[in-house]
Design a protein. Structure first.
Length: 385
């Protein structure tokens, strides 16, 4: 990451890991955002691989004179309720990032958009998606009319056109070094079959990856239409393929994000087998409260969010007017909802919460990996004692 330039001592973690028990390895993996399922040998190999890549990436960044820091685009998947947040972290060479200070993360953009109604066109030159579109509220009459044309809307060309325009717009606007995409799973809602909307979002997720892969190949062949970010690689589903300059793409499993905070705040009952029906809504509430607490730290802690929900970084909000309008609307609804008093309606809070939570959690994982490389793994178990 871009926080500090510590003198790493590889022996602290490389020599210690093989001697640890399986439970300890899984705790390390969970704390660093690494998949921890499987036998000990698989988990160990996964941790060693991820930490080695992290260390190599930091070395590459420290040697790159053009390194401007992290630019993270976090996407919460959807079609009618797609949300994204843009976060930046200063370079390690920046005066604002020193070992004596906590890392500073700036929230620059935070939007929810409806892909199905925006109908972004490839004939339009890429520019910032009109932020006001995220505030359009469809009437019941319009929703009913749309229901009759859904099958006509969700065609292959719809996915291709909107995925390409959406991504090229954001790539040019934010020049991300990392793109985080929420991983999808098929949902049946206790029914006999998978819900159609779940399949549609899953298809759209796949098309986003296809577009990103194609753009990366074009950059490698010198066919780029914009100046690429300085980092390289395509990272998804646990596989890293270095095929040219461009943003690093990570698929993020929502369950891993919630488990990370669940472990820190000790609400493990959320994850007991057979409790998914009962806790799905509770999980959303925790995520909404976490984000609300980060954006308004002076607000009293909730029953679900304790001090374990505090960040390892300092989150600040940029000066963009639309961003601050979204922030104000979110906090207004969050505060009043908790007081059982309806505020200004901005739609569901969980989509906005999810994309910001995903981005901030990924940054927390990078902080943890930095600490492991610098200090070893003992501190993880000292904190629990």
């Amino acid at each position: 990451m871009h926080f500090t330039r510590p003198l790493y001592q590889p022996q602290l973690w490389q020599k210690t890991l093989p001697s640890l028990k399986s439970t300890h390895l899984k705790s390390i993996a969970q704390a660093a955002g690494i998949k921890f399922a499987g036998p000990k040998a698989s988990v160990l190999e996964r941790i060693q691989g991820e930490l080695s890549r992290h260390e190599a990436g930091k070395k590459q960044q420290s040697e790159n004179e053009r390194d401007k820091g992290l630019s993270v685009l976090s996407i919460d998947m959807g079609i009618r309720n797609l949300a994204f947040a843009h976060l930046t972290v200063p370079s390690s060479s920046s005066p604002t990032s020193t070992p004596a200070k906590r890392p500073v993360v700036t929230l620059n953009a935070w939007h929810r958009i409806d892909i199905s109604t925006n109908q972004l066109s490839t004939s339009i030159s890429p520019g910032l998606i009109n932020p006001s579109l995220s505030k359009l509220e469809r009437t019941k009459e319009k929703q009913q009319k749309e229901a009759h044309t859904m099958n006509e809307i969700y065609t292959p060309d719809f996915y291709a056109q909107n995925a390409y325009t959406f991504l090229t717009t954001l790539l040019e606007k934010y020049q991300p070094t990392h793109i985080l995409i929420e991983r999808q799973r098929f949902r049946s809602a206790s029914g006999a079959a998978v819900q159609e909307w779940s399949l549609r979002v899953g298809v759209f997720e796949g098309v986003l990856y296809a577009v990103l892969y194609t753009l990366a190949r074009q950059r490698r062949l010198g066919l780029s239409s914009y100046e690429p970010a300085p980092l390289s690689g395509f990272f998804g589903s646990g596989n890293f393929v270095d095929f040219g300059p461009g943003p690093v793409v990570n698929g993020i499993e929502p369950s891993r994000v919630l488990r990370y905070w669940g472990e820190r705040m000790v609400f493990k009952s959320f994850f007991l087998e057979g409790k998914e029906k009962k806790t799905a809504r509770d999980g959303k509430k925790v995520k909404i409260d976490l984000v609300g607490h980060w954006l308004d730290p002076e607000h009293p802690l909730t029953d679900e969010v304790d001090k374990g929900g505090n960040l390892s970084t300092d989150l600040i909000v940029g000066e963009d007017v639309e961003l601050n309008d979204t922030l104000h609307a979110y906090l207004t609804k969050w505060h009043k909802k908790r007081a059982k008093d309806k505020g200004k309606e901005i739609g569901k809070l969980d989509d906005l919460a999810d994309c910001l939570l995903q981005g901030m959690t990924w940054l927390e994982w990078q902080v943890m990996r930095d600490r492991i490389l610098k200090e070893g793994v003992d501190f993880l178990f000292e904190d629990r004692s």
